[in-house]
Design a protein around this ligand. Structure first.
Ligand SMILES: [Zn+2]
Length: 276
C-alpha cells in the first residue's frame, strides 16, 4: 500500500496519489501563477507575497520546486511581456530586478530561456539611447583584450564567428574536355580552353572567438585573429538576422561579418554606440 505524495495518507494498493489531492495541488499551482502574473509589476506585491505563498504551499501540498518553477516561469513571462514593444521601462526593470533579489535567484536560474540576457540587453539599449554608457557587464574570468583609459566595456559576444569577403575567380564558357562522336571518327575537344574569368565574392570563415563592444571600439579575439576597430573607421553596418556586417573606411577594406546569433541586438548596439 502506497502513500499519497501530497497528503501522506494511504493512497491504496499500487497508488501514489489521491485524485483529489492531485487536483487540489494543481489548483494551488494555478493560484501561485495568478498571484505572480497579476502582481509582478505591482510594487506592493513583495510585502505580502511570502506569507501568501507559504499559506498556499501548505494548504495545497505544493513542493518547493513547484513554487520555484512557477516564480521563474512567471518572471520570464513578465520579461517577455515588458519587451513586447521593444522598450523596457525603468520601473519595469527595477521591479523585475527586485523580484530576482527578493528570492535570491542567480543569473543562471533566470537565464535558462535567455530571459535574463534579454532583460540586460534591453536595459543596455535604453541606457545608450538616453545618452548613458552602460556599465552593466562584469567580467569575472579575464578579458582577452586591453582596454584604453576611460574605455568602458558594454557587451561581450562569446563564440562569435568572423567571416571575411574573399574574391574568387572562376571561368565560364570553358570545356570540360568531353568527346563528341562525329560521323565515323571521334573528335576530342580540348580542356585547355577555360573561357573568361568571372570574379565573385564569398564569405569565408576566418576564426571564432569573442567579440567585445566598448564605447570606443569593437574588439575581436580569436585563436588566430586579434584586432580592434575604432567606431570612427566604420562607414556602414549591415544588419543580418544572426549577426552584423561591417564596412571599414578605405578603398581596399574587405567587409567583415560577425555572427553573434542576435542580429537585432548587435545592430542596435553598434549603430547606437557609434553615434556617441
Ligand atoms: Zn492525498
Amino acid at each position: 500500500v502506497g502513500n499519497c505524495t501530497y497528503c501522506g495518507q494511504s493512497a491504496g494498493f499500487l497508488r501514489s496519489k489521491h485524485k483529489d489531492c492531485y487536483a487540489k495541488n494543481q489548483d494551488g499551482l494555478n493560484q501561485v501563477n495568478h498571484l505572480i502574473a497579476d502582481g509582478i509589476f505591482d510594487k506592493n506585491l513583495l510585502s505580502t507575497l511570502d506569507e501568501k505563498l507559504c499559506n498556499i504551499k501548505t494548504d495545497y501540498y505544493l513542493s518547493p520546486e513547484q513554487v520555484k518553477n512557477s516564480l521563474v516561469k512567471n518572471w520570464e513571462n513578465a520579461v517577455n511581456k515588458s519587451l513586447d514593444d521593444g522598450l523596457l521601462k525603468k520601473e519595469e526593470e527595477a521591479l523585475l530586478i527586485r523580484f530576482k533579489e527578493h528570492f535570491n535567484f542567480s543569473q543562471e536560474e533566470l537565464n535558462k530561456n535567455d530571459c535574463f540576457f534579454r532583460l540586460a540587453k534591453a536595459a543596455i539599449l535604453r541606457d545608450i539611447t538616453e545618452g548613458t554608457i552602460p556599465e552593466r557587464v562584469i567580467v569575472t574570468d579575464g578579458l582577452p583584450f586591453n582596454l584604453l583609459k576611460n574605455e568602458k566595456l558594454v557587451w561581450l559576444f562569446k563564440g562569435t564567428q568572423l567571416y571575411e569577403d574573399r574574391t574568387k575567380r572562376y571561368y565560364t564558357g570553358g570545356s570540360s574536355g568531353l568527346s563528341i562522336r562525329i560521323a565515323k571518327g571521334l573528335y576530342y575537344r580540348t580542356s585547355a580552353f577555360r573561357g573568361s574569368p568571372v570574379t565573385y565574392t564569398q564569405k569565408t570563415h576566418i576564426d571564432t572567438g569573442i567579440l567585445g563592444v566598448t564605447n570606443k571600439h569593437i574588439y575581436f579575439s580569436g585563436a588566430t585573429k586579434n584586432f580592434r576597430i575604432k567606431f570612427e573607421k566604420i562607414v556602414a553596418f549591415i544588419p543580418y538576422d544572426d549577426g552584423i556586417g561591417i564596412q571599414k573606411d578605405g578603398a581596399n577594406a574587405k567587409p567583415q561579418t560577425f555572427v553573434t546569433k542576435d542580429g537585432w541586438f548587435t545592430y542596435n548596439l553598434l549603430s547606437n554606440l557609434s553615434q556617441f
